[in-house]
Ligand binder design. Structure first.
Ligand code: ATP
Ligand code: MG
Length: 393
């Protein structure tokens, strides 16, 4: 049985919530490790996983938010002789020239201080390996030891965690998910802050294709690696989009279409107690994302809207998209409902009184209600890989 030590992410700041955060992180880890055999023990500062599937467990832990660092350790009795021998064994056949011992002693009743412990182990190493030297500032290898209440731990290997907060610790949100590059990245960043995501996708069949929907499902499934059982709300947006297209000024088409999306998203968020709406808007990226445009669209709601990418450059967004494995899917060439109806000259600085006048030309209320009532809900964990969607709708 091997042991993996987990250092918590940004939890220490949240004193009162600490127990809740740790409990949630533990449940999230249990879900993530589903199917493997393992046992978890924890206290207020560390979690330990005992398993025979170390590599697989570590790979999966790398996809869990709320973990600062993942450390493969050796669990040992708190006996300096035994620990020193383990360190000597660990250094055998390695070609380091310099080293440093770093002991942390959280068990203050242990009679040897950290400094003394460092010296004690270092002395034994120097005796055993005559060509090794101590280098405090820039060692080839830093050997870390933790002396805790029950046992001591020798670090063998360290991996960076994803950091952030455990999913679900900040409540639920609704991500406006299109098939593009931006919205999956926005969703990822929201999950990172502990928000449990659900997804909303506006589609305009037959102007958009089922392939476009499948692409959105694929993107949602990529985000599900980090999330916790999100649902995808698929809104039939065709009639609304056609009504806008046929009845209103073409240059205001996108602004008004986006206002309709926000209205529907708000209604679905409220109904399901999702506390916020998240989208991939990035200031200045396109005509519909100038500050005036964002203000004109945001005008339909006072619901909290989070725009994680507001101030990101496209290049930064693409870097994250690639890192989370979404990019290849995002760039597949299926049109979304915005591109189908895109006007030649979308307004860059939309005017609210013109918007009100335009919207009053047509009674959208019944269409909005119909779209909200006929929304299809897809449980993403039940979508299998052959994409036979009819079963889910
Ligand atoms: P993306 O790359 O995420 O598609 P974008 O740069 O193409 O974004 P827009 O098309 O203006 O920008 O959309 C801005 C945001 O509005 C998107 O990031 C997404 O959150 C939301 N959005 C746009 N179209 C849809 C849609 N069909 N369904 C759900 N959300 C959408
Ligand atoms: Mg888009």
């Amino acid at each position: 049985m091997e042991v993996i030590l987990i250092k918590y992410g940004d939890l220490y700041l949240k004193k009162d919530n600490r127990n809740f955060f740790i409990k949630t992180l533990k449940e999230n880890i249990e879900n993530k490790l589903n199917g493997l055999s393992f046992e978890i023990k924890n206290d207020l500062s560390r979690m330990f996983i005992y398993t025979d599937n170390t590599d697989e467990v570590i790979d999966r832990l790398k996809e869990v938010f709320g973990i600062y660092e993942i450390v493969k350790v050796k669990e040992l009795d708190k006996d300096e002789e035994l620990i020193s021998n383990e360190v000597i064994e660990f250094l055998k056949d390695k070609d380091y020239k310099t080293f440093k011992i770093e002991t942390k002693r959280s068990d203050k009743s242990y009679p040897i201080t950290s400094m003394e412990f460092n010296k004690l182990v270092a002395t034994k190493i120097l005796k055993t390996y005559s060509d090794l030297k101590v280098d405090i500032h820039n060692p080839d290898i830093k050997i870390e030891i933790e002396i805790r209440n029950n046992s001591a731990y020798l670090y063998l290997d360290k991996y960076e965690g994803l950091k952030g907060y455990p999913v679900r610790t900040l409540g639920k949100g609704l991500l406006m998910l299109s098939g593009g590059i931006d919205s999956p990245v926005a969703g990822y960043l929201a999950i990172k802050k502990g928000i449990k995501l659900n997804y909303i996708y506006f589609e305009s069949l037959p102007h958009t294709s089922l392939e476009a929907r499948n692409k959105v499902i694929e993107l949602a499934k990529i985000l599900e690696k980090y999330n916790d059982h999100g649902k995808l709300y698929v809104v039939n947006f065709t009639k609304i989009q056609e009504a806008i297209y046929k009845n209103l000024k073409p240059d205001y088409l996108i602004t008004i279409m986006r206002r309709m999306m926000y209205r529907i998203a708000e209604s679905i968020a409220k109904k399901n107690k999702f506390l916020t709406i998240i989208n991939g808007e990035s200031v200045g990226q396109v005509a519909s994302q100038t500050l005036t445009s964002i203000r004109a669209v945001n005008d339909v709601t006072n619901y909290p809207i989070i725009r994680p990418l507001a101030c990101f450059d496209k290049e930064e967004i693409i870097t994250i998209s690639k890192r989370i494995g979404a990019y290849e899917t995002s760039i597949l060439p299926y049109e979304d409902c915005c591109t189908v109806f895109v006007p030649k000259h979308p307004v860059i600085n939309p005017n609210l009184s013109i918007i009100y006048e335009e919207e009053s030309k047509y009674d959208f209320e019944p269409l909005l209600n119909e779209a909200i009532e006929s929304v299809d809900i897809i449980k993403l964990n039940e979508v299998n890989n052959n994409n036979n969607l009819e079963e889910y709708l």
